[in-house]
Design a protein around this ligand. Structure first.
Ligand code: FUL
Length: 477
């Protein structure tokens, strides 16, 4: 897309991330654990009538969950403390429908605590999923009475389990036309989170992180973190997931109306813009919960790698679901594929070849205040900001000898918003310049697959940007 005809719109870069959004985005990759009565009934959405007696994981091992996540390269873990069926994995004071009336540890167990402690042990941050849609509690549909119940439960989770890095608010509700109607008091929920865990992001039906719009691991080629502020309205996510959750829904691709959320044309008529970055949420299996019959449908390492590169490398965070089996452990196939992914991430991105290369820019701004040398360090303390009014920038990387190159990692200085709209990557081979990639957005991070090219010089050509580009990091591996 050539934007040179369109006027620069400074509003587009006025939307910037909060400190808590930056902290969350920088963690990049998280584990989702879906575990509840559905694991025992074989369903995806429980109806709330399941007896507590069926919940009996005899070998539950939260340390195994945390170890699997850490070895898979994840930095945090989110547990379904209560799914739509209303069953609580902690002994909530406010309902009988919980682990305390199940055979698990004779009613003395607390899986939220076990998981939180395991996360601490393996260096993961811990987050909570507390489904607003509750098919068990009789106050559901009674307005404030249910809001009180929800807030009480939220308060338990946010005060008794240490630091929480995210509260994942699911907008799903399958009550249908004749079902119960509960108008959630979202603002009240948000206030409780802000008060009790000020560093936590509130995602999906919350104001900090948005749902990418599908559950298939699909990522927009141009993912913008600056979108219309209206997108923060939780009615939007609820609307998108009103229907019965099934494999067809989960594999549903994005439709055209959802493919462009942030181009200049798309935002031209929007009055209010916001920094509202996307999260890719996807399961390692067809279902969100474990079903034995899906043991041969676990996503392969190659598939997981592809999703990782496109999502984390496509300006979204990645939330990958790993559902434990009935016994409370993760299946060996899931562990194995995830371990391969973790090893791949570790090996692929550990040795930044820019460290041993010369780095220059056109236009050259190589004065003390603005040297491209800062692009070697992966932080936002220093960044390379092009001269005001100059939206084109070439970053050249030059080695003494030819190297085999697999991946290029680019990061914008997102504290200055998201600016780059079009770029390409060129390299030199036998005296001629070849283009090996053409892309649009960068944002928090773009990973470019360089497909093992051999070269001694690489050029990143930023062709268009909303205003002068501000780059934080360049890595070549
Ligand atoms: C959806 C829910 O309906 C699914 O069961 C699952 O929890 C997924 C992550 O979100 O909205």
């Amino acid at each position: 897309m050539n934007y040179s005809g369109l006027k620069e719109d400074k509003r587009l870069i006025e939307a910037v991330p909060t400190a808590r959004q930056i902290a969350y985005e920088s963690m990049e990759f998280f584990c989702f654990i879906h575990f509840t009565v559905n694991t025992f009934t074989g369903r995806e959405w429980g109806d709330g009538t399941e007896p507590e007696s069926i919940f009996n994981p005899t070998e539950l091992d939260a340390k195994q969950w945390a170890k699997t996540a850490a070895e898979g390269g994840m930095k945090g873990l989110i547990l379904t403390c209560k799914h739509h069926d209303g069953f609580c994995l902690w002994p909530s004071k406010y309902t009988k429908h919980s682990i305390k009336n199940s055979p698990y540890k004779n009613g003395k167990g607390d899986i939220v605590r076990e998981t939180m402690e395991a996360c601490r042990e393996y260096g993961l941050k811990f987050g909570v999923y507390l489904s607003p849609w509750d098919r068990n509690n009789e106050s559901y549909g009674k307005g404030k009475e249910y809001d009180d119940y929800y807030v009480n439960q939220l308060t338990e989770l946010l005060t008794e389990y240490g630091d929480i890095f995210v509260v994942w608010l699911d907008g799903a509700c399958g009550e249908g036309a004749n079902g119960k109607v509960q108008k959630y008091d979202w603002q009240r929920y948000y206030q409780v989170v802000r008060k009790l865990q000020p560093n936590a992001v509130i995602s999906i039906s919350g104001p900090d992180i948005r749902w990418c719009g599908n559950e298939a691991g699909e990522v927009r080629p141009s993912e913008w973190s600056v979108v219309a502020a209206d997108m923060k309205d939780p009615a939007l996510t609820s609307e998108l997931s009103q229907q019965e959750d099934n494999e067809e829904f989960r594999e549903r691709p994005l439709d055209e109306t959802q493919s462009d959320l942030g181009s200049r044309e798309r935002l031209a008529k929007e009055e209010r813009l916001a920094w509202y970055p996307a999260e890719t949420d996807v399961s390692i299996r067809p279902g969100w919960f474990y079903h034995e019959e899906e043991d041969d449908k676990v996503r392969s390492f190659e598939n997981l790698k592809d999703i990782y590169l496109k999502s984390v490398g496509g300006n979204t965070t990645l939330l990958l679901n790993i559902p434990p089996m009935k016994n409370g452990k993760i299946h060996p196939t899931d562990i194995q594929n995830l371990k391969q992914l973790g090893d791949f991430i570790k090996e692929s991105f550990s040795n930044n070849l820019v460290e041993e290369a010369g780095i220059t820019t056109i236009p050259p701004l190589d004065c003390r205040e603005m040297s491209p040398e800062v692009l070697r360090t992966d932080d936002y303390e220093t960044y390379f900001l092009n001269e005001a009014g100059t939206n084109k920038l070439v970053i050249k990387i030059k080695w003494i000898e030819r190297k085999k190159l697999h991946y290029l990692v680019l990061k914008e200085a997102i504290p200055l918003s998201q600016r780059v709209e079009a770029f390409n990557v060129c390299y030199e081979e036998n005296g001629s310049i070849k283009k090996c990639y053409e892309g649009t957005t960068i944002g928090y991070k773009r990973i470019v697959d360089l497909k093992g090219i051999h070269t001694d010089s690489l050029a990143i050509v930023i062709e268009d940007s909303r205003v002068a580009p501000a780059m934080a990091f360049v890595g070549v591996y």
